[in-house]
Design a protein around this ligand. Structure first.
Ligand SMILES: Cc1cc2nc3c(=O)[nH]c(=O)nc-3n(C[C@H](O)[C@H](O)[C@H](O)COP(=O)(O)O)c2cc1C
Length: 380
């Protein structure tokens, strides 16, 4: 068998494991058609909902950059900088469901072999909101979408029953996932918020309710920095700011930690890795932890809005990697997926110098002989 970047994830065949994440690159049919033309294996649409959406006045997304010769991290455009992160307070799609439906069909007709995932969102406070989840799922799947991604992760929601406020609450996760699973005829991915203590708990609730995969991370809750001269936030509307989401290079290590918490707890489940990816070496980290696909947002936004250079780099990077490891017998993603997951252990399991032993911050128990089993039970 010759090497292939193709893969199967939640039962769906992908030409390659690289998707555009739910965000501005997938906010319209025009963008999505361009993305497929550029070679993306799949896209997750900008989140489609049923409640009124009105974005803030002024920019919805800005990019922070760092300088090699100063400590400055700022949104100010200047020469000789590197991308640090994206910061956004954009809401979900401001286009109604009726706008999306014929477009989903057109996209699927034009690219039947590419994967179209509909990101959907509603509330959870009453039966009317739960009906919205059903309605969104039934309407989108009637247009031929291949899967759903439930947005339980948007970090800037005032409503207590929506977005990351669902993703922080295992009972609400259970309710919403069960409602969508009962209506869906296609796989249901659940996009969890990274802003909880141990995301494996929320993943457990989602899987128990029938989720086919977990996607993570959405952006991390954050504020723009204050400009030291004007003492105004770098993003504000008439002096006021609110919490937004951080994406891009800065969140790669944090997002990997969130992913590792889940993939080590559920090694046999499916995960789609998101956060800070712009080339194959980044994607590889998620694959080695056990992810079966990855998604990209910030890097694609900065590459002609849909990431043509990013996707060709991801594909050629994976092809070169498979060639490099042909001698190991690696032909597809499944041959190396998850092979570094088992290296992540409790702190006390890391070797100490000079053969000294460490019991997770506790004294060795005098007269007792099981330090290893004691150490694994201790909090970090
Ligand atoms: C401007 C902007 C809008 C976004 N909108 C959505 C959205 O509607 N639904 C969603 O699930 N995630 C949304 N996201 C989060 C991204 O899909 C992604 O999870 C996050 O940006 C991390 O990936 P990155 O580091 O590649 O940017 C948005 C991100 C940005 C920057």
């Amino acid at each position: 068998m010759s090497a292939s970047v193709g893969t199967v994830f939640t039962g769906i065949r992908f030409e390659n494991p690289f998707l555009l994440a739910s965000a501005p690159p997938t906010e319209s049919d025009t963008n999505i058609l361009r993305a497929f033309e550029a070679g993306w294996g799949g896209v997750v649409t900008k989140t489609i909902g049923m409640h009124p959406v009105v974005n803030v006045k002024g920019p919805k997304t800005r990019f922070l950059r760092s300088s090699p010769d100063t400590a400055q991290i700022s949104m100010e455009k200047r020469a000789n900088t590197a991308l640090h992160s994206s910061w956004n307070w954009e809401l979900i799609s401001d286009k109604p469901l009726d706008w999306w439906l014929p477009r989903l069909r057109r996209i699927k007709d034009a690219y039947p072999d590419r994967v179209l995932v509909a990101s959907i969102m509603a509330g959870s406070e009453d039966d009317r909101e739960l009906d919205h989840w059903r309605e969104l799922a039934e309407a989108c799947q009637a247009q031929g979408v291949d899967a759903f991604e439930l947005n339980l992760s948007c970090p800037h929601m005032d409503r207590e029953d929506m977005g990351s406020n669902i993703g922080k609450n295992c009972e609400l996760i259970d309710t919403v996932v069960r409602v969508v699973k009962a209506a869906a005829r296609v796989p249901v991915w659940v996009k969890l918020t990274p802003t909880t203590t141990n995301i494996a708990k929320e993943a457990e609730a989602a899987f128990a309710a029938g989720a086919d995969a977990i996607s993570s991370s959405n952006t991390f809750t954050s504020l723009p920095l204050v400009d030291p001269q004007s003492l105004e936030f770098e993003v504000h509307v008439e002096g006021k700011v609110s919490y937004g989401g951080l994406g891009g290079p800065a969140i790669l290590p944090q997002s990997l930690a969130k992913m590792a918490q889940m993939t080590t707890a559920f090694p046999d489940r499916s995960f789609s890795g998101i956060g800070g990816i712009s080339d194959f070496t980044h994607a590889l980290n998620y694959f080695l932890l056990g992810c079966g696909t990855v998604q990209v947002c910030t890097a694609a936004m900065l590459d002609r809005a849909i990431g043509p250079t990013i996707i060709s780099g991801l594909i050629s990077g994976m092809q070169a990697f498979l060639e490099q490891h042909a001698g190991d017998g690696w032909r597809t993603l499944d041959d190396f997926r998850g092979i570094r997951r088992d290296r992540i252990v409790a702190h006390s399991e890391i070797k100490r110098p000079d053969a000294k032993e460490y019991f997770g911050g506790h004294d060795a128990r005098e007269g007792y002989a099981h330090p290893a089993s004691i150490a694994t039970d201790l909090p970090g």
